[in-house]
Design a protein. Structure first.
Length: 349
C-alpha cells in the first residue's frame, strides 16, 4: 500500500537526517490544483503536538505550487512557537508562497528536480473583460518598463496618460490592493530571512530578485540559481535524493497526479473521493479530500439542459421547458442529466 510505503520512507529520512519529518503535499493533478491555505495550520499543530513536542530538529517535506502567502508566514511562526530548528526538503516544485515558506527555514535541501519560484503576490480580477485574470504589481511594473523602453515615454504628462490607460483596464482600488500585498510580501520575506541571515544587503538582494528579478511567475529557480542568489541551499546527497524522490512518487501515485481529472460522473458508482492535500508524519495522516456525489435526475430520455429566464431548465422531448432547482452543478452525460455536489473536509488517520 502507498500509505505503508510513505511511512517507511518518512522513517528512513528521519534516520538519515536525525530529525522528525512532516510532509505537506498539494495535488497538481491536471485540471485540479490544491493550494496552501491558512486553515491548514491547525493540522500542523496536531502533528507537532504528537510527534515533535521535544524534537529539536524538524524537516518539512514540501511540494506545492503555492497559495495563500499568509499561510507561509503562519506556518513558520507556528514552528518557531515550538522552538523548532526546521529545514525544508524540496524534491520537486516549490513555488510562490511555498518558496516564501522556505525562506523561514535554516536550510533548504533540494533534490535534482527541486525548484523554487518568484514570490510576487497576485490578485484575481472580477468584473469586466478581465474577469478571472490574475495580475500582480510586477505585471504593472512590466507595463511601465515596456512603455518607457519601447516607446520612450518619459515626460511626466506621458507617464500620467500611460497610468490612465492602465487604470481604465484595472481598477485603481485593485492597483492599491496589489501594492499593499506587495509591501506585505516584501516585509514578510525579509523578516523570515533575517532569522538565519544577519546581512541586510544579502537579505535585500534575495527578496528583490524573487519579487522583481524573474520575468514570469512560472519560472523555475533551480537549486544552483537559488544558491547563487544567496539562499542557504544544500544539495541532497545520493541517499537522501533517492528517498525524497521516492516519497514524492508515492504521493503522486496516491493523489493520481499523473492522470488528468475529467469532470464527468464515474462509471458504476455515484460518488468519488479526490485527495487535495496531505499533511503527514510517521504516526498521523491528515488528508484534505473532496467527496463528489453525482445524482442522476429523473427526466425522460432525450431531455437536455437549457436556460429559462436566465435560470437552469430542462428541455423535454415533448417540447416543454421546465425549471430545475439544484443546489449543485448540473451536467449532461451519456444522454442523462446529473446533479453534482462536492463536500471538502479533512480526514485524520
Amino acid at each position: 500500500m502507498s500509505e505503508d510505503a510513505r511511512k517507511k520512507i518518512i522513517s528512513e529520512i528521519e534516520a538519515v537526517r536525525g530529525s522528525k519529518v512532516i510532509t505537506y503535499v498539494m495535488t497538481n493533478r491536471p485540471n485540479i490544483r490544491s493550494d496552501m491555505d491558512s486553515t491548514d495550520i491547525i493540522r500542523f499543530r496536531e502533528h507537532l503536538d504528537q510527534v515533535c513536542k521535544s524534537c529539536g530538529k524538524l524537516d518539512l517535506f514540501l511540494y506545492s505550487y503555492g497559495g495563500e502567502l499568509e499561510a507561509a508566514w503562519e506556518i513558520v511562526n507556528l514552528f518557531r512557537e515550538y522552538g523548532l530548528d526546521f529545514s525544508v526538503l524540496v524534491p520537486y516544485h516549490c513555488r510562490s508562497s511555498a518558496t516564501l515558506l522556505t525562506m523561514g527555514a535554516r536550510e533548504i535541501v533540494m533534490g535534482k528536480m527541486g525548484t523554487l519560484g518568484p514570490i510576487d503576490p497576485t490578485i484575481r480580477l472580477s468584473g469586466g473583460n478581465l474577469e478571472g485574470m490574475e495580475i500582480s504589481l510586477a505585471d504593472m511594473d512590466s507595463y511601465e518598463d515596456f512603455v518607457r523602453t519601447e516607446y520612450q515615454i518619459n515626460k511626466p504628462e506621458e507617464k500620467i496618460r500611460a497610468f490612465e490607460k492602465l487604470a481604465e483596464a484595472v481598477s485603481p482600488i485593485l492597483i492599491g490592493r496589489a501594492y499593499r500585498n506587495y509591501l506585505e510580501t516584501r516585509d514578510d520575506a525579509s523578516r523570515l530571512l533575517q532569522r538565519y541571515n544577519n546581512d541586510p544587503a544579502k537579505v535585500k538582494k534575495i527578496v528583490k530578485f524573487l519579487l522583481h528579478g524573474i520575468h514570469t511567475h512560472n519560472h523555475s529557480v533551480s537549486r544552483g540559481e537559488a544558491r547563487n542568489m544567496g539562499l542557504n541551499v544544500a544539495y541532497a546527497d545520493d541517499r537522501l535524493e533517492d528517498l525524497m524522490w521516492n516519497l514524492y512518487k508515492e504521493y503522486e501515485k496516491a493523489m493520481r497526479m499523473d492522470i488528468p481529472y475529467i469532470d464527468l460522473p464515474p462509471k458504476n458508482r455515484e460518488d468519488r473521493e479526490i485527495a487535495f492535500t496531505y499533511i503527514e508524519s510517521e504516526t498521523i495522516i491528515s488528508k484534505k479530500v473532496g467527496l463528489q456525489k453525482f445524482k442522476k435526475l429523473d427526466y425522460p430520455v432525450g431531455s437536455t439542459l437549457t436556460t429559462q429566464n436566465g435560470s437552469p431548465a430542462v428541455y423535454l422531448p415533448d417540447g416543454n421547458t421546465v425549471p430545475v432547482w439544484s443546489s449543485g452543478e448540473l451536467m449532461m452525460y451519456e444522454g442523462s442529466i446529473f446533479e453534482k455536489s462536492e463536500d471538502i473536509y479533512w480526514i485524520h488517520e
